[in-house]
Design a protein around this ligand. Structure first.
Ligand SMILES: [Zn+2]
Length: 186
């Protein structure tokens, strides 16, 4: 079924129907990630599958992507590989958010890290938000080229002063010129 990844969907219904979506998501469409992108390109291959665990809705979220983040050493793009598959517990009732996960500690075959709780206000969740959360969790806090050699010359951040006149002229130059025109007109 085609994925409408930007629209809220009903968590309980998706869980009951064991709905499953596969879709390709442009990275620039992720509002929390977009400001960190060094390049306005790239996409994420996503798969989201809903189910119930002990009666509660969960989603298995798989994301594969190469994300162009900004290297914090040289500020140039560094491509970060994201390949995650994690289970998200969808909390439709905010009162349950602080509750311990049911059955925590017993061996039920789930990954020991446990499912991360995600709020689904009014029982709704947006596929895009699930995917974005996983990318943000998987991305390094301080992205850097692995090698200093992969960075620009030297370790210092290059000043990158534009050699053109882009920064030279102050913004008020056009108005100064306008003033001259007005004077001349009178
Ligand atoms: Zn670098």
């Amino acid at each position: 079924m085609p994925a409408d990844w930007s629209r809220p969907l009903d968590v309980d219904r998706a869980a009951d129907q064991r709905s499953e979506w596969e879709f390709e998501l442009p990275l620039v469409g992720l509002p929390r990630l977009a400001p960190d992108l060094a390049l306005q390109e790239g996409s994420a291959a996503c798969r989201v599958e809903f189910a119930r665990e002990r009666g509660r809705p969960v989603a298995q979220v798989e994301v594969r992507s190469r994300v162009p983040l900004r290297c914090q050493r040289c500020l140039r793009p560094v491509w970060v590989d994201i390949d995650v598959s994690s289970q998200v517990r969808l909390v439709t009732d905010p009162a349950q958010a602080g509750e311990a996960e049911p059955g925590e500690g017993d061996d039920d075959g789930l990954e020991s890290s446990g499912a991360e709780p995600t709020l689904a206000p009014e029982g709704r969740v947006v596929l895009r938000d699930l995917v974005e959360e996983e990318i943000l969790l998987a991305a390094p806090l301080v992205p850097r080229h692995e090698d200093v050699a992969g960075c620009g010359p030297g370790e210092a951040i290059p000043a990158e002063e534009p050699s053109g006149d882009a920064k030279k002229g102050p913004m008020n130059t056009p108005f100064a010129g306008l003033g001259e025109l007005l004077k001349r007109g009178h």
